[in-house]
Design a protein around this ligand. Structure first.
Ligand SMILES: [Zn+2]
Length: 445
């Protein structure tokens, strides 16, 4: 495939009616079920254990008859492949931040198709033929760097700016000047580091050649994107990606994620009952890969939280969409019964210009009640132990997380939060995936 073909596929997808999409999804779903059950002994047995006769699948409503796959199925049934082992060319590893690493097998077809779908995300976000890209991500063992590199090469010159090169603080500022890239792909947290490196070299990041910054890997809040979009003088676009599928969807100007409904089915399920939820209700994102030859990823639970849009997206695009990812099902914390997502805390902090975006959100027990101790960093020039600033942080958090407001102020099941202001640089984690929530209620850190 080339740039023109990938762009044309994207255009075709946007012209399909919902009915046509559903028909295509059903046809491909049946094909995949037959293919994987014929080529994968484990998957065949798994379907049998759940009494699934594939001929019973008559409509997409029947998806609920197909058993859900969890990450343990992949971990415990290595290599989790429907192709012979000598056809597996790569394993992508998950970063393992939430438990044991998973290894996802890829044959030639799956490697190329996943990269093409990522290139589709770049084109959706506004990248044009011949644009130059710089990829500042880890080049293995996870998918991020290698897959982004291959996606960028469908478009034009793609610079491998492995995130490890950031250690000396020299290479990236140099590469930005030397290659003048049009777009970047990185983790959102790397934008903070890149700005620091450029500042040290006297490079004004707002004057860089880049117009589009694609972020994936970590969640990024609206306020983060707004602030860093301003600082970089660029458009920040979320690509919703994972090692299992590559790029699932890309963000539009209304902040929703349009997904590749010709190659994937997305369902939202209730995290407890696993039942399918209607449009508009928050639940876990379950993805079916309709193009996958290697792992049988049919109804795979990502445990990410989102909702299916119940009406056409405000941006006007006709590609099905889900909302921004609201958090990981297993990173959401429950405080005195209120569900709080890391992204809400990040949003509250990013709204205050005096603060850096580095913080620690600790949850402890105090007199049998849950209590939040939030440590935030104040920028060097603004630092003082200000009650006003503390109040502002507090007010922002409870306005963004109304359930939390209720348990603190109305039901009084949680203690008043304590806000601690620290000087910039006092919270050590500044690189890579940053752990921000520390649940110490059971002695865990
Ligand atoms: Zn949209």
């Amino acid at each position: 495939m080339n740039y023109k073909q990938i762009k044309s596929e994207l255009e075709k997808l946007s012209q399909l009616s919902i009915k046509e999409i559903k028909e295509m999804q059903l046809r491909k779903l049946k094909e995949r079920l037959n293919y994987h059950s014929q080529n994968n002994e484990w998957y065949k047995k798994y379907l049998e254990e759940h009494n699934l006769d594939i001929s019973r699948i008559k409509s997409l409503e029947d998806l609920s008859l197909i058993p859900i796959l969890e990450k343990e199925h992949i971990i415990n049934n290595f290599p989790f492949s429907s192709v012979p082992e000598d056809k597996i060319l790569r394993f992508y590893q998950t970063s393992g931040t939430t438990g044991n690493p998973k290894l996802i097998p890829y044959n030639r077809h799956d490697i190329d198709r996943s990269a093409q779908l990522k290139a589709r995300g770049l084109i959706f976000g506004g990248v044009k033929k011949g644009d130059k890209g710089i990829i500042i991500m880890a080049y293995g063992p996870w998918a991020s760097g290698l897959m982004s590199q291959q996606a960028g090469e469908y478009i034009g010159l793609t610079i491998a700016g492995d995130a490890k090169l950031a250690e000396d603080g020299e290479w990236h500022p140099w590469a930005l000047k030397k290659y003048s890239p049009d777009y970047l792909i990185s983790q959102p947290s790397f934008l903070v580091r890149l700005e620091e490196m450029c500042n040290k070299k006297g490079i004004e990041i707002s004057e860089s050649s880049m117009s589009h910054l694609f972020v994936c890997g970590d969640m990024s809040s609206k306020s983060f994107k707004k602030e860093f979009g301003k600082r970089y003088n660029s458009k920040i676009i979320d690509l919703y990606c994972c090692s299992e599928f590559g790029c699932i969807s890309a963000e539009c100007k209304s902040g929703n994620l349009h997904y590749w409904a010709d190659e994937l089915i997305i369902e939202i399920i209730n995290p407890k009952t696993k039942e399918r939820l209607p449009c508009g209700e928050i639940g876990e994102v379950v993805v079916t890969g309709l193009y996958k030859e290697t792992p049988p990823l049919i109804r795979y639970n990502t445990h990410d939280l989102s909702l299916l849009l119940d009406s056409k997206c405000e941006c006007g695009k006709d590609i099905p969409a889900i909302s921004q990812i609201l958090g990981r099902g297993d990173s959401m914390v429950s405080i005195a019964g209120a569900n709080v997502y890391p992204i809400q805390i990040e949003d509250a902090i990013n709204k205050i210009p005096e603060l850096t975006n580095i913080y620690r959100f600790n949850i402890v027990k105090e007199n049998y009640k849950d209590k939040i101790i939030l440590e935030v960093e104040v920028k060097k020039n603004h630092y003082k132990d200000s009650q006003n600033l503390k109040r502002m942080v507090y007010n922002n958090i409870i306005s963004i997380a109304p359930e939390l407001n209720y348990v603190i102020n109305q039901s009084l099941t949680a203690s008043q939060p304590e806000i601690i202001l620290l000087k910039e640089g006092n919270i050590p984690e500044r690189k890579g995936k940053i752990k921000r929530i520390f649940d110490k209620r059971n002695g865990n850190v």
